[in-house]
Design a protein around this ligand. Structure first.
Ligand code: ADP
Ligand code: MG
Length: 354
């Protein structure tokens, strides 16, 4: 299968409207996106396009996210990643407004792909007869350092290692078991608050790190006896014959791509911006190599950044990936929008063997 690029155009923000920005990106239906501005006029095709009016639920149902959750429960490694310019709606798409305000709980209609997936995961795990163990780990990559967002105390860098059996993995990362929606949402909140953010010209609460939340789904082998209360011929006995499986569902909130001069960053901020841009460049490079036909493919330089090492399996190997390209419709963001569209179009050509 190929990664499914899903494309989401957010509404113009109040600031953009007040400034009189023009809306230059339009959805034409059937997966087509049209960009029209003074000197640009181009149409791109994707598997799904959501425009400014699309609800969080529509994005969850229409992007294939539900199927991805089910595949993770069947033992596949699944990844969803949101990318796009800073302020384009990545965090909103993944987490809803909860990403920004830590005082008020978000209204249920605004919950993002993550909370919706957790609900789906827990519902499914209750309805499936097999016994599932769920756990979560949460990391950020900040200035090329991997940090655990769940472990208490000040963030410390963890080593990223490689082994033949596991591929790239983070040593000593915490993995926390959970059984309820409240528990996993509270882990998500705790971790998100520890994420490194800085204010700059494009977004007041911009994430300065890439964050990876991974849900591990481990199915324990079940005994052949159906659990009490299950009818004759319940799935339990059939599933009991299955060996234990382990699937993962990883949510990647990439730090935004940006031009240092547009954001008014300097000093420490420009160091951050450079390391963000460098790892996004490495990711783009791996994706464009992976997009070539197998025979023509040269070595894929996963080792070029921590981000590509951690995503190696989901990008090229045995994973299933859903990409959500987020963009702002504003005329001011045109050049970043075009680069996001090209990036996503390239990623469409990558195939994996789950
Ligand atoms: P990013 O994570 O890409 O930097 P955010 O998710 O923080 O961007 O979004 C930037 C701003 O736009 C936030 O104020 C957010 O609430 C708003 N926003 C983003 N997407 C939408 C949307 N689909 N509907 C309404 N507001 C949105
Ligand atoms: Mg963000």
């Amino acid at each position: 299968p190929r990664p499914h690029p899903t494309f989401r155009v957010r509404p113009l923000t109040c600031t953009e409207t007040r400034r009189g920005d023009q809306q230059v990106v339009h959805s034409l239906g059937d997966g087509a996106v049209h960009v029209s501005a003074a000197r640009h006029d181009a149409t791109f095709g994707f598997s799904a396009v959501f425009d400014a009016g699309a609800s969080q639920e529509a994005v969850f149902e229409g992007s294939g996210m539900r199927q991805l959750v089910e595949l993770a429960m069947d033992g596949f490694s699944c990844t969803v990643f949101a990318f796009g310019q800073t302020g384009s709606g990545k965090t909103y798409t993944l987490m809803g407004p909860l990403g920004q305000s830590d005082t008020q709980p978000a209204s249920p209609a605004l919950l993002g792909l993550m909370q919706r997936s957790f609900t789906c995961l827990l519902e499914q795990s209750r309805s499936r007869a097999s016994d599932l163990a769920l756990s979560a780990s949460y990391l950020e990559i900040y200035n090329e350092q991997v940090r655990d967002l769940l472990s208490p105390g000040p963030p410390c860098a963890l080593p990223l290692r490689w082994s033949k059996s596991r591929g790239f993995y983070v040593e000593n990362q915490l993995s926390v078991e959970f059984e309820s929606l409240e528990a996993i949402v509270s882990l998500l909140l705790q971790g998100s608050q520890r994420r490194r953010t800085s204010a700059h010209a494009l977004n007041r609460h911009s994430s300065r790190s890439h964050a990876l939340l991974t849900i591990h789904v481990r199915s324990r082998a079940v005994s052949a006896h159906p659990a009490p209360g299950q009818g004759w011929g319940a799935q339990g006995s059939a599933r009991g014959a299955c060996p234990s499986k382990q699937g993962t569902l990883c949510f990647v909130d990439l730090a935004g791509s940006e031009r240092v001069k547009e954001t008014g960053s300097s000093g420490e901020l420009s160091v951050e911006a450079n390391s963000i841009n460098r790892s996004l460049l490495a990711l783009g490079h791996c994706i464009s190599l992976l997009a070539k036909p197998r025979g023509k493919r040269t070595h894929v330089p996963y080792r070029d950044s921590k981000l590509t090492r951690l995503l190696a399996r989901s990008l090229g190997g045995s994973g299933i990936t859903l990409m959500v390209a987020c963009i702002s419709p504003s005329s001011r963001c045109l050049s970043e929008t075009l680069s996001t569209l090209h990036y996503a179009s390239r990623a469409r050509k990558v195939t994996t063997r789950p």
